[in-house]
Write a new protein. Structure first.
Ligand code: GLU
Length: 421
């Protein structure tokens, strides 16, 4: 088995799970294909008066368990297969957490850092115009993903309200608080992963003070560094798209966050607080106990998996480890807490936001944290026990757990169903 295409690699995990579960082959067949993927070209006016077009997609992968749910990514390398793979992962992620959702995903092929704020707003509104009939609070509910944020979700919510003639906050999650966003959504992805690691710390025999390397210093990476440093762990290496920094005795996390808040790279801190520059390709092999990939897919692959020194990998990114790397890591006794569980805190608090929007009744931050923690611990514990009992990796355990729920729903719909056809 070699590092294949993204979707093929994702389907390897589905086949693997099916081998451990007595499911109808029709169920597996259904889950191999996206239900619908729409491609559009968005034309927007640039600040200099010219017009520019951008490719954009929205995929509703599977809606058997409920409306499709998943973020919108802005990235210069976005492509249709990536969108469908991310939507496949959302399908399993929502099932792992028992959220009443299917899986979806969207993307625009754009480097948002090249756009002015006004251009970004026009692009985001154009996306919502193009997909206004695809999305809906009971149909398909977008959210933030790589290089999108609450400001963009706010513009999209506003555009949707203008199109349908009334505010429908539950059509999109990750909104600004002022537009019906939820407390605790900002750090939810990192916080969910942090609760999971804390809950399994004794089972995994983790030390009180771990050295941690974080690859990717966006929303998830920054918050997880902050949460782990707050518990006394040492963040020894972090990287972003511009480079990586290292300090054996622990980086100054406040200084890193301050650099990012100024729109700078973590590299801006080199030479201060004992921070040294590190080859970003070397971060995967840094001497540490916990490695947190928090950037993009396929970061740990057949070539660099052998260099991993960590005992534990927390996948805050989607799809950071290839199937071939999984095998190498398993042989080396490295435990991988898989994306569809480890980073599910984000979509879980998105679900809380959607529930609050529909009730028109808002919870405290403490309530959000408490509910997130209990769901992470409940599903994390179940998958841990399942993996131990069957002697399978946590990833396979998570897929088996989710596939069981998906199979039950697919079968419950019946063979003539519109949803399962
Ligand atoms: N983009 C996030 C993910 O990959 C969050 C999705 C959501 O909140 O719907 O899980």
């Amino acid at each position: 088995m070699s590092d294949g295409s993204l979707l093929d690699d994702a389907l390897v995990r589905l086949d693997e799970a099916a081998r451990h579960l007595n499911v109808d082959p029709d169920v597996v067949e259904k889950l191999k294909y996206a239900r619908e993927t729409t491609k559009v070209r968005l034309m927007i006016r640039m600040d200099d008066g010219s017009r520019k077009s951008f490719l954009a997609w929205r995929c509703r992968y599977d809606d058997t368990r409920g409306p499709t749910k998943g973020g919108i990514r802005y990235h210069p390398d976005a492509h249709v297969e990536e969108v469908e793979t991310l939507a496949f992962w959302m399908t399993f992620k929502c099932a792992v957490m028992n959220l009443p959702y299917g899986g979806g995903k969207g993307a625009v092929r754009v480097d948002p850092r090249q756009l002015s704020k006004a251009e970004l707003e026009r692009l985001s509104r154009a996306y919502m115009q193009a997909f206004a009939r695809t999305v809906g609070p009971d149909r398909d509910i977008p959210a933030p993903d790589v290089y999108t944020n609450s400001m963009i979700m706010g513009w999209m919510a506003d555009e949707y309200a203008q199109i349908v003639g009334q505010a429908v906050p539950a059509v999109i999650t990750g909104k600004p608080i002022a537009l019906g966003g939820s407390l605790g959504r900002g750090d939810a992805t990192a916080r969910g992963g942090y609760y999971l690691v804390r809950h399994l710390a004794d089972d995994l025999k983790l030390g009180k003070v771990m050295r941690v390397a974080v690859q990717g210093f966006g929303n998830a990476g920054q918050y997880v560094a902050q949460l782990l440093a707050g518990d006394g762990h040492r963040i020894v290496a972090v990287s972003d798209s511009q480079g990586a920094v290292y300090a054996g005795n622990g980086l100054n996390v406040e200084a890193l966050l301050a650099a990012k808040a100024r729109g700078k790279s973590v590299m801006a801190t080199v030479g201060q607080h004992g921070h040294e520059a590190l080859d970003p390709d070397k971060i995967v092999g840094v001497q540490c106990e916990l490695l947190v990939p928090a950037a993009l897919e396929n970061m740990i692959h057949a070539e660099n998996a052998k260099s991993v020194r960590a005992k534990l990998i927390l996948e805050l990114a989607n799809g950071p480890v290839t199937p071939e790397a999984d095998e190498i890591l398993a042989k080396a006794d490295v435990v991988v807490l898989p994306d569809i569980l480890a980073n599910a805190g984000g979509v879980t608090v998105s679900y809380f936001e959607w529930v609050q929007n529909r009730q028109g009744y808002y919870w405290t931050e403490q309530e959000i944290h408490g509910r997130l923690q209990s769901i992470m611990e409940r599903e994390g514990r179940t998958i841990w026990e399942l993996s131990r009992q069957r002697g399978i990796p946590m990833r396979t355990g998570a897929y088996v757990h989710a596939l069981g729920r998906l199979a039950e729903a697919i079968e419950a719909h019946g063979t003539q169903s519109f949803f399962t056809s």
